[in-house]
Design a protein. Structure first.
Lengths: 325, 687
């Protein structure tokens, strides 16, 4: 992986070589959601299972009946129902942070990363990732706060306009700007994550600094890659909902479940693609060359035969047996 | 330039350019589009002192050759509107005909715009009970409105301005200036007329309660001193409350409006003339017959469609539609629902006698949408309004319906708001069901549906045990209870009444009520007795609970059982599918709340057979059966024809012997999808 091939292509190559990570994250997402929505589901079954009125939710979807369902006292408050779901959302967030180092390690590997190595990477980088999360949260929170802080008075001023469309267009334009800026920040911390894991960097601040420099240097390529992946995600979401509405009969709960879950599975891909792009960029541009001066008597090198000391980049964390082959 | 500099540069430039553009646009919008001339206080001429003045019997604005109402008042107003200060300076000559049968020694007037002052009752209540339009998180100058009588003269008695004093008949709030009273030096004898010559100034607030300005738009509603109604032996002139609307006598209106020439104007009644003035203003003259209020609007940006004519039973009705430019593509949609509403009301309830109806699409983001004045209504829409979302249709139909239940059947909206808003919500359900479909009249898009009757029901069930329908509008627990009961419960109660007297009888009763009480001020008993008379039934048991009481209805099918008669016979019992097995079946019903009403029950068996039963609902529970059949109960359902709209919980009105998990799984799948998507989105940006 020394050639400076297209980031998107190499990132996609990593994703396609490691599809199992997406599947596992999806299953984790599904399992946690199952528990997070169990309270909602149980209450719905209690009210609907023996009611003929519930039929109006099956053959079509009567919004009035649904509103009446949510208004039932025995259904519980919205807060009580959404709290478990919010807990699930947080759990999935933390689980992503926990298992992401293993994913990055796997992406950087030229072989199928053994399970112990995957979890070793997760464990070794857990505390580093928590520090990264906190720092990213502070930086992104401040920047988002400032951007939305600028946006609010702009929209308010636009609201005073006699052109009714102006607030809408302005809202779109400002959201686009915010999206681009936040994407840059996401790139920055994705590169920092890659550096922390693949350089086995204990000093998180050094990874952040290095990632900052490289975000700036490779901004065009990186941002374009990230934006393309986000557009793909948006297309997948819209297409999934369109297929759901167009082809799944209202009464087909199984069909709706299948299409919705397939959409959610596909929606994971673009983000993993972005991470593949980050790892690819790291390998192409951020790996620190290490001078290795060794003699033929101590290192088993099959070829080529050289007469001078070999100086080449060395991939971190590559098992010795693979090197020998 | 390197790409990264471009990427940094572009957002910064975009933000700067957008900021400048917005600021420039907003600054442009803040001022009228053409230089407005600041007009001085109106000094229009007033009619000469004439103690024998009479109320005109004109019919210019109606399709009738004689007056249709007992005309009590004649308002002649000459008003000048300053588009920069949003102030109206005007003169008003009010001729009042005393038909009360007794001498009147004082006259109270509504000064509605004084409601929008920080210590006024309206604002106090809005803070305390919630408001449809304004939260009053903080008081701002733009919220301020006022209506001041500069002078008042009673013809023949001289200037009585010094006799004016504010009164607060409802809550004693000394800071409330929405009602002013004036004693006359010589009482006005029965049958006499009296003339008041008033000069007043009204300052509009930024739109509140469907009146006021927004940017360069203005809706002139409740903008002039209006005399109270002498009703049931006393003056009825309530303060303006957060949840109340209006009450006034019928009469004739002649109104001159002077506005900047760039304004496009719409108003109640018919336009008589329009003339440009030398000072870049123009004066429009309007005339209204048999109406009890006058409203107007002005904006330089309306697009107008006024070529639509509805051929009514009494004559042609010209439909004038003023649309916002961004909504122009919806003008046909607005005209269609207005025409269909006219058609349904004429066929079902009675003729629309006026020559015009003006539909105004008000300024976006203003609190001026969804309002009714005589022959003048405001709709509500936005630039994005899919065909399947029927909000414009809902608002236009609703506001048009007020032409009947407020405009002609002029009930007291301070005390009996339900007789306008509630009855109107009932007819709204009927009309929209007919035009747009029973279960699709609000929403029919992307496989999702919602009907108007369900909307009314959902509005009611959350506040079912708070207030009765028959209650002063300003005495409800809060604005949510007022809305849920006045609109939602009344509509649901009247829809349920159809199940008792029949849909056709109810339709006939509504027609009789309208024809009998149009151009009068009926009471709640007038309405209820009309229904009893037409149906020939004593309905007090229902009205006492549904109209005057706060009883709540909740009937439930507790359970069903189908047991083999020979359950002890192991051989028979062993074979569940034995077609010769005879089952003894029962159904248990429960009345969970205190509203007592007889109901029908349908029991359906697995072989398709159905049985209809009737339960008087007097006891708390009952058991139906036994039914001995070679089949088991499949389901039992209370109110199988779905005519009862006031049952607080419709889900427990039926019970299926077998559980069906599909509905719950379907809604749970939606919830799960949403939850998973949110979690993925958070992880996308957070990790």
């Amino acid at each position: 992986m020394t050639q400076n091939q297209g980031l998107l292509g190499s990132g996609w190559s990593m994703v396609s070589r490691n599809k199992r990570y997406i599947v596992w994250f999806y299953l984790l997402n599904l399992a946690l959601a199952f528990f997070g929505t169990a309270a909602f589901s149980n209450q719905a079954h209690t009210i609907l299972d023996h009611s003929l009125l519930a039929d109006r939710l099956v053959h079509g979807f009567d919004l009035g009946v649904f509103a009446e369902l949510l208004a039932r006292p025995e259904f519980g408050s919205t807060q009580a129902l959404s709290a478990p779901a919010a807990d699930f959302v947080f759990l999935f967030f933390m689980a992503t942070a926990l298992f992401l180092p293993g994913v990055l390690q796997g992406y950087a590997s030229t072989y199928r990363l053994p399970r112990p190595d995957f979890f070793r990477a997760c464990g070794r980088n857990l505390w580093r990732f928590i520090r990264l999360l906190v720092l990213a949260g502070i930086v992104m929170g401040i920047v988002a706060g400032v951007l939305f802080g600028i946006r609010a008075p702009l929209l308010k001023a636009a609201g005073e306009s006699t052109n009714e469309m102006l607030p809408f267009y302005l809202s779109l334009a400002t959201l686009l700007v915010i999206f681009l800026v936040m994407s840059v920040l996401r790139i920055w911390f994705d590169l920092a994550q890659a550096d922390v894991v693949l350089s086995d960097q204990r000093a998180v601040r050094k990874s952040i600094a290095a990632a900052f420099r490289h975000t700036w240097r490779g901004l065009g390529r990186l941002l374009a890659s990230y934006v393309i992946a986000t557009i793909v995600a948006a297309i997948l979401l819209v297409a999934g909902i369109w297929v759901w509405m167009k082809f799944v009969p209202p009464a087909s709960v199984l069909g709706a479940f299948f299409v919705s879950q397939l959409t959610l599975l596909f929606l994971l891909i673009p983000r993993f693609w972005q991470r593949g792009v980050a790892v690819s960029y790291y390998l192409q541009n951020m790996v620190q060359p290490i001078a290795v001066v060794e003699t033929f008597t101590t290192v088993a090198v099959v070829s080529p035969v050289v007469t001078e000391p070999v100086v080449e980049p060395v991939l971190p964390n590559v098992p010795p047996e693979t090197q020998a082959s | 330039m390197k790409i990264r500099w471009l990427i940094l540069f572009l957002p910064v430039v975009s933000v700067i350019v957008l900021s400048l553009a917005v600021m420039q646009h907003a600054a442009k919008a803040a001022a009228p589009q053409q230089p407005a001339t600041i007009v001085s206080a109106a000094t229009g001429s007033m009619p000469a002192n004439n103690s024998t003045a009479t109320i005109p019997d004109t019919t210019l604005a109606i399709n009738s050759d004689k007056p249709m109402s007992e005309r009590i008042v004649h308002y002649e107003i000459d008003a000048k509107y300053n588009a920069e200060t949003h102030i109206v300076d005007a003169t008003e000559v009010l001729t009042y005909h005393n038909v009360t049968g007794q001498a009147l020694d004082h006259f109270p007037f509504h000064l509605y715009q004084n409601a929008f002052q920080p210590k006024a009752t309206w604002v106090n209540e809005a803070k305390l009970m919630g408001s449809r339009d304004t939260s009053y998180a903080k008081w701002e100058d733009k919220d301020y409105g006022s209506e001041e009588i500069k002078s008042i003269e009673v013809v023949g008695q001289g200037d009585l301005t010094t006799q004016l004093h504010y009164i607060a008949p409802d809550d004693g709030n000394k800071d409330d200036k929405t009602v002013i009273d004036m004693p006359v030096t010589k009482p006005i004898a029965p049958g006499e007329t009296v003339q008041f010559k008033i000069t007043f100034q009204t300052k509009f607030p930024e739109t509140q309660a469907r009146s006021g300005y927004k940017r360069d738009f203005v809706l002139g509603g409740q903008w002039f001193p209006k005399v109270g109604v002498f009703w049931h032996g006393a003056w009825n002139c309530h303060q303006y409350h957060n949840t109340t609307e209006f009450f006034a006598d019928f009469g004739v209106y002649d109104v001159k409006l002077t506005v900047p020439q760039f304004e496009i104007v719409g108003a109640s009644g018919v336009k008589v003339s329009e003339a440009n003035n030398a000072d870049n203003t123009k004066t429009l003259t309007y005339h209204g017959d048999d109406i009890h209020d006058f409203a107007w609007t002005a904006s330089p940006r309306y697009k107008v469609k006024d070529d639509g004519v509805f051929q009514g039973q009494m004559g042609p009705v010209r439909m004038r539609i003023l649309m916002q430019p961004a909504h122009w593509s919806q003008v046909e949609r607005h005209e269609k629902i207005l025409r269909e509403s006219l058609d349904h009301f004429e066929r079902w309830y009675g003729p629309y006698p006026y020559k015009t109806i003006t539909l105004v699409d008000p300024e976006p983001d203003s609190a001026a949408g969804g309002m009714e004045y005589p022959t003048f209504i405001t709709g509500e829409t936005s630039w994005f309004m899919p065909e399947g979302l029927h909000m414009p249709e809902l608002v236009v139909e609703h506001e048009f319906g007020h032409q009947y239940w407020y405009g002609m059947v002029a009930t007291n909206e301070f005390e009996d708001a339900w007789m306008d808003e509630g009855i109107n919500s009932y007819t709204e359900v009927k009309v929209l069901d007919s035009i747009l479909g029973k279960n699709t009249s609000i929403w029919n898009m992307a496989g999702v549906t919602m009907g108007e009757r369900e909307l009314q029901r959902v509005g009611y069930i959350g506040v079912a045990d708070l207030d009765p329908i028959a209650k002063n509008a300003y005495e409800y627990y809060n604005s949510g209870s007022y809305a849920g009961i006045t609109y939602g419960k009344t509509a649901s109660v009247l829809l349920t009444l159809e199940s008792i007297i029949g849909e056709d009888t109810m339709a006939k009763a509504m027609h009789v009520y309208f024809m009998k009480y149009r151009f009068t001020h009926p009471t709640k008993e007038d309405f209820l007795k009309t229904i009893e008379e037409v149906s020939g039934k004593d309905l007090r048991w229902y009205f006492n609970q549904a109209i005057y009481g706060v009883q709540v209805m909740d009937y439930k099918v507790l359970r069903t059982e189908s047991l083999p008669v020979n359950w002890y016979d192991e051989k028979k019992n062993a074979s569940k599918d034995d077609k010769d097995t005879v089952y003894r079946s029962y159904v248990w019903l429960q009345r969970k709340e205190d509203f007592v009403m007889p109901v029908d029950v349908q029991i359906k068996f697995e072989n398709g057979e159905t049985i209809r039963e009737h339960w008087d609902g007097i006891n708390r529970w009952t058991r139906l059966g036994p039914y001995e059949k070679k089949t088991k109960i499949e389901s039992a359902e209370i109110d199988p024809d779905h005519k009862i709209q006031i049952d607080r919980n419709d889900f427990n009105n039926s019970y299926t012997a077998e559980a069906h998990g599909k509905p719950a799984r379907k809604v749970s799948n939606y919830w799960m999808f949403a939850t998973q998507w949110v979690s993925q989105a958070l992880a996308w940006w957070g990790v």
